[in-house]
Write a protein that binds this ligand. Structure first.
Ligand code: GMT
Length: 367
């Protein structure tokens, strides 16, 4: 098939999944066209059958807000005409689904598009009354609509009242790239210092301050260090919490990293304190590396983690710390959970298994 994929290029999970999907589909012999306003961070070069198309937005003094949605609709039409794409798959509803509908309307109604909902496009931004009506309209106009968890599919029906069926297709992970390393776990290292990790875009919704609060309590009980990976608006706040709680010397902020598959497997535990998380792609990537996760029990996280980690109530950093100390004090249990996390990633969320579901969906739409 000839497939156009539209996404955000930033480090957020929706852009990561869209880009990984484009690369996986190209590897399976499809012709892929990836559209975004910048080259996505996860896009590796030189992949046969995959082309990147930049969406350029012209500035004009009159425009306080340059209309990206129009530029994207135009680019989608151009790519369709040049490459004869069979269908577009837009990731994150706002404004991508609306642009797809506009592109379809401009070409006489013959353009197919699938919309995948990722999370805040429904639970946070989508809820904003400035965006809700066009978004709901475009969701109902999609040829197929998918959500990355059962939780998100249910929220979409509840909050948007869409008439369309929302099919659940989970996110995936490349279990070959994200795999356990040879580095021994804490109980086989001489210093027994536990390495904890958190990866996110440091937006307020991630509550990175809570991750640091939980960590401060953990390192009072057992030798531990915290690596913070990623970057965003709450970075300074998180580091200030570490300083207030007297554990700055044990917290290291590494920023954005291209080498996540090398860094993640060195950790013993992943911490996530998000206020909401439709899926939690970083959690899955950690699981795939054999790193168990302790997270707040929000959104679709339970669907990802299953019984291979521990979930605690939102905002309860003491419970998070207790769960971490328990797990990181019992070597046998830790090894069992770490192996189960890896196994769950392979059995339920491996790339081929999930990408095949999208292929079947595309075929249905095209037929
Ligand atoms: O909302 C964000 O933080 C970014 C967003 C995105 O566009 O990357 O993340 C959402 O999509 C990811 C990929 O499907 C999910 O793993 C995240 O759980 C989801 N974020 C939230 O629901 C907060």
């Amino acid at each position: 098939m000839r497939i156009g994929i539209v996404c955000y290029p930033t480090v957020g999970g929706s852009g990561v999944i869209a880009t990984e999907m484009a690369m996986a589909l190209a590897a399976r012999g499809h012709e892929l066209h990836l559209l975004s306003y910048d080259r996505p961070g996860r896009l590796r070069g030189g992949i046969p059958g995959l082309r990147f198309h930049e969406v350029a937005v012209s500035a004009y003094p009159l425009f306080r807000y340059p209309p990206y949605d129009l530029a994207l609709a135009t680019r989608m039409l151009e790519v369709r005409e040049e490459a004869k794409v069979d269908l577009f798959h837009v990731h994150y509803a706002i404004p991508h689904a609306v642009s797809a509908f506009l592109a379809r309307s401009m070409c006489g109604g013959s353009l197919n598009f699938v919309t995948t909902l990722h999370g805040t496009d429904i639970t946070v931004v989508g809820n904003d009354r400035s965006y809700m009506r066009p978004t709901r309209f475009a969701l109902d106009q999609s040829d197929a609509l998918t959500a990355v968890s059962r939780y998100l599919a249910d929220e979409t029906h509840l909050m948007f009242g869409v008439k369309q069926n929302v099919e659940v297709i989970y996110n995936f992970v490349d279990t070959e790239r994200f795999r356990p390393s040879d580095s021994p776990p804490w109980h086989r290292r001489s210093d027994e210092e536990r390495l904890l990790v958190h990866v996110s875009n440091f937006r307020p919704v991630k509550r990175v301050g809570d991750v640091v609060r939980a960590f401060a309590a953990i390192q009072r009980e057992i030798p531990a260090r915290l690596l913070l990976l990623g970057d965003g608006p709450d970075r300074e706040h998180a580091l200030a919490v570490a300083s207030d709680l007297g554990c700055s010397h044990r917290v290291e902020h590494l920023g954005m990293r291209d080498n996540l598959p090398e860094v993640l497997p060195q950790a013993d535990l992943f911490l996530s304190a998000s206020q909401t998380e439709s899926f939690g792609l970083s959690i899955l990537e950690a699981m795939s590396c054999g790193v168990p996760c302790i997270s707040t029990d929000v959104g679709g996280v339970a669907e990802v983690v299953g019984d291979t980690g521990r979930l605690v109530p939102l905002g309860d950093t003491d419970a998070m710390a207790r769960a971490a100390v328990d797990l990181l004090s019992d070597a046998d249990r830790f090894d069992t959970i770490a192996a189960a996390a890896r196994q769950r990633a392979i059995e339920h969320f491996a790339t081929d298994r999930v990408v095949a579901q999208y292929e079947a969906l595309y075929q249905r739409v095209v037929d």
